[in-house]
Write a protein of this length. Structure first.
Length: 361
């Protein structure tokens, strides 16, 4: 049985980062004002370990700011605490996030010696104009060079992208996703841009020179990106910002496509598309039985039964939802008349690509 994965988050907000990206307020995003030192790291790890089941795969993750931009001595101070737990077998991995222009061989060698197993780059976009408009301070070439260097070491490469940034559009998002695939990322994080209080983006929004994505636009873009990454066997390990006491639609989020369950909304909409894709030949007035593993039921049904209503309207059929514990988590089984079809996200992505989706056939 596959072990459940847990990441113990250590936030190092803004430390090491000389830039002020238009969307960034690391305190609001991380909710952290405490000084980050070895004692703090140990306290956080010990607190989380009390709540994590035995026989889990556990990582410690250093997030926020630009970790490899802080002095080497500070990096080693913080990482050495996590490494002690890793050396004892209490945790299995150490990951961190940083900027593409804060990577070189000396830095990577130090991370290797400190037990790091995964390095994530906040590339955000692979378009020069989007990066400039967002005040990122690095280029797409910085990302390509850093990714190549990381892949030359025994690290997992994680790439983080954002959609809905200033000067961004759908075609640039798809181009960025394709570039991530070409850089052979091991996993990705996908974030829609939110307008956070006390950021430059809030000023642009209030001046009506920036328009955030709607939730509907976000779901559409994320679905298409998810298809590309699924085809390339690159998992999306996070979709949307994690909710904190500050990051919620009644606190520091001024505007933008915030949803605490964004990942489920995207997956649910994708399942709806899958069912319609594979049932294009069903006759009217059929009774269609759609079965999924119980953990997938809410995604199949959709928010406020949205998917069921769409199936009935577009297929003009009666739809019956059933739960089947024997089905793999992502498999959808459809039965009608004497027909039976089974499909999942991977099969759907592969079929779409064969049909010429995004020109990747």
């Amino acid at each position: 049985m596959k072990k459940r994965h847990y990441t113990i988050p250590i936030f190092v907000p803004q430390e090491g980062c000389p830039y002020k990206c238009v969307y960034c307020d690391q305190y609001s995003i991380t909710g952290n004002l405490d000084p980050v030192n070895a004692k703090y790291v140990k306290s956080i790890i010990d607190t989380y370990l009390k709540t994590i089941p035995l026989d889990s795969y556990i990582e410690v993750g250093f997030f926020g700011g630009s970790f490899t931009g802080i002095p080497i001595s500070r990096q080693r101070e913080l990482l050495s605490v996590a490494k002690k737990y890793k050396d004892r077998g209490v945790i299995q991995g150490i990951r961190l996030s940083t900027r593409p222009d804060y990577i070189d061989n000396d830095i990577l060698q130090n991370l290797l010696e400190c037990g790091v197993t995964a390095v994530e780059l906040g590339l955000q976009s692979m378009d020069d104009g989007v990066l400039a408009a967002s005040h990122r301070g690095h280029t797409p070439e910085d990302t390509r060079v850093a990714s190549t260097m990381i892949k030359n070491y025994p690290f997992k490469l994680g790439l983080q992208m954002m959609i809905g940034l200033p000067d961004d559009d759908y075609s640039k998002d798809i181009m960025t996703a394709k570039q991530i695939i070409s850089m052979k990322a091991d996993f990705v994080r996908l974030y829609p841009t939110l307008v956070i209080k006390n950021t430059y983006l809030e000023k642009l929004f209030c001046n009506k020179t920036y328009k955030p994505l709607t939730i509907e636009e976000t779901i559409k873009i994320c679905k298409d990106i998810m298809i590309l990454f699924t085809f390339a066997d690159i998992p999306i390990i996070r979709l949307g910002l994690q909710t904190t006491d500050s990051i919620n639609d009644k606190a520091d989020v001024v505007a933008g496509p915030f949803a605490s369950n964004l990942g489920e909304l995207v997956e649910s909409s994708l399942i709806c598309d899958m069912v319609l894709h594979y049932l294009g030949d069903v006759a009217e007035d059929e009774v269609i039985k759609i079965s999924v593993n119980p953990v997938m039921t809410s995604k199949l049904v959709g928010n406020k039964r949205r998917n069921i209503d769409i199936f009935r309207k577009k297929l003009n059929c009666e739809v019956v939802v059933a739960q089947n514990k024997k089905l793999p988590n992502e498999t959808v089984k459809v039965e009608y008349n004497d027909n039976c079809k089974e499909f999942n996200k991977k099969l759907y992505a592969d079929d779409l690509i064969k049909e010429g989706f995004m020109g990747l056939a």
